[in-house]
Design a protein. Structure first.
Length: 65
């Protein structure tokens, strides 16, 4: 009986982790889809106004269709 409960808990944790990973990936894709496009010209204007980006990247996501 104890082994069955332990196995059930392990299975639930595996499923939770898998669902969490998929949701995180899909939310990331959604964020990329709703992010406004910035043309090269707009980016240049932004950099002239506010300076170059620091180069510090905490996370990079690439959307593939």
């Amino acid at each position: 009986m104890k082994v069955e409960i332990d196995d059930e808990i392990k299975l639930r944790n595996i499923i939770k982790d898998a669902v969490r990973d998929v949701l995180e990936e899909e939310v990331g894709r959604l964020r990329l889809l709703i992010m406004p496009y910035v043309s090269d010209e707009e980016q240049k204007e932004i950099e002239e106004s506010y300076g170059e980006p620091s180069g510090v990247v905490s996370r990079t996501l690439i959307l593939k269709e």
